[in-house]
Design a protein around this ligand. Structure first.
Ligand SMILES: NC(=O)c1ccc[n+]([C@@H]2O[C@H](COP(=O)([O-])OP(=O)(O)OC[C@H]3O[C@@H](n4cnc5c(N)ncnc54)[C@H](O)[C@@H]3O)[C@@H](O)[C@H]2O)c1
Length: 348
């Protein structure tokens, strides 16, 4: 009887939504971070009621300043490692909660692993209760240091299970496993995107990622630190392109995992040279040893996203870097707004 009543009220909610009377509700875990804050803004702009859940470990409330006071937006401070507070039902859940850059996720590796595994479990349980579609922000790091280039989704990876990056790589691999087991066991409607390097405004200047490192060093006129000889390659996707992919994936029938990134490959040295040119900096390049397990090459095979989602990156590296440099320049001109440590480390 109870399940019939639930089904009936579901049908009424569905019909009301169709008629535009009830707004769709989305939960964005990790919504105060770089990607999550852009996603919250996009969902509110698309007419959703959004609950952003974040423990503010690497996220910042300033990232959400455009949404403060918006009746369609709510912020809840909570660590996804713990059972979720009662927040009502959701139509869509996005799991972005996890520190994403090596210095951040290596700071407390055990908590990083717990975030990926227990966070996924708690959010998947919420998806079961809500009947929600749920998205997992997975990563190219599930491929480890790949021996296949570019990496298709079918490549099973080459991950060191005991290295300093393993808390993140293996945590994300376990989360994917949980997503697919919840799908098989409970019929949860999952979507999994494997994100390759993404950059743009609201990256943290001290996050040790290669784009932010280079921009901060160039804007300060400091030498640019390249780890290794700079011949290792990366591909860089602008944040707006990535958010467009999230939305298309969630509105499609494609489950994934789906690679997402910009397949145009640059060497790390080329990136440094473009940043110097765009900032007009007098910085020189200096070279330091490569950190452990740093992948030599990283490029997504995005044929699945192109074919099934008609998605293709629209913002080229110079245009995206220009917008990102403008953002960092603004931050650095108002130092009260953000304290940037004297030296950032560990490019990736
Ligand atoms: N940016 C990229 O290039 C990239 C690449 C691959 C995957 N991803 C994934 O995308 C997601 C977002 O990445 P980002 O670049 O925005 O990183 P970010 O560090 O800016 O954002 C992560 C957010 O999650 C929050 N968080 C961390 N642990 C949490 C916990 N236990 N409970 C609640 N909130 C928690 C942080 O405070 C932060 O707001 C991450 O899951 C990351 O693994 C990002």
């Amino acid at each position: 009887m109870r399940s019939q009543l639930i089904q009936f009220s579901e049908l009424r909610r569905g019909a009301a939504r169709e008629a535009g009377r009830i707004k769709r509700r989305a939960l964005v875990a990790g919504g105060a971070g770089f990607l999550g804050s852009h996603l919250c803004q996009r969902l509110v702009a698309d007419g959703y009621d959004v609950v952003c859940m974040d423990n503010l470990d690497t996220g910042r409330l300033e990232n959400l300043s455009a949404l403060v006071g918006n009746a369609s937006f709510q912020f809840v401070q909570h660590d996804v490692v713990h059972a979720l507070p009662p927040l009502g039902r959701f139509d869509e859940i996005y799991n972005l909660a996890c520190p994403a850059s090596p210095p951040h996720y290596q700071r407390d590796p055990i908590h990083t692993m717990k975030t990926s595994v227990l966070g996924a479990l708690n959010l998947l349980d919420k998806a079961v209760d809500s009947g929600a579609r749920i998205f997992q922000a997975s990563t190219s790091e599930v491929y480890g240091d790949p021996s296949v280039h570019p990496q298709p989704e079918s490549y099973l990876g080459n991950v060191n299970t005991i290295g300093p990056r393993a808390c993140y790589d293996e945590g994300k691999r376990s989360a994917e496993t949980l997503f697919f087991d919840y799908s098989r066991s409970y019929g949860v409607d999952i979507r999994v995107g494997r994100i390759f390097n993404t950059y743009g405004p609201r990256m943290q200047p001290d996050d040790g990622r290669v784009v932010s490192n280079f921009i901060v060093q160039a804007l300060r006129g400091e030498d640019i630190t390249i780890y290794g000889d700079g011949s290792q390659t990366r591909s860089f996707c602008y944040v707006d392109d990535l958010i467009e992919f999230f939305i298309r994936l969630m509105r499609s029938n494609l489950v994934g995992p789906v690679n997402i990134g910009n397949p145009v490959e640059f060497t790390v040295r080329e990136l440094a040279e473009i940043v110097i040119e765009l900032t007009g900096s007098s910085s020189k390049l200096i070279f330091q040893p490569l950190p452990a397990d740093d992948p030599k090459q990283r490029r997504p095979d995005i044929s699945l996203a192109r074919r099934e989602l008609d998605w293709t990156p629209a913002v080229d590296l110079r245009a995206g870097l220009g917008r990102t440099i403008e953002y960092f320049d603004g931050l650095m001109r108002s130092p009260d707004n953000y304290s940037i440590p004297a030296s950032a480390s560990l490019a990736s």
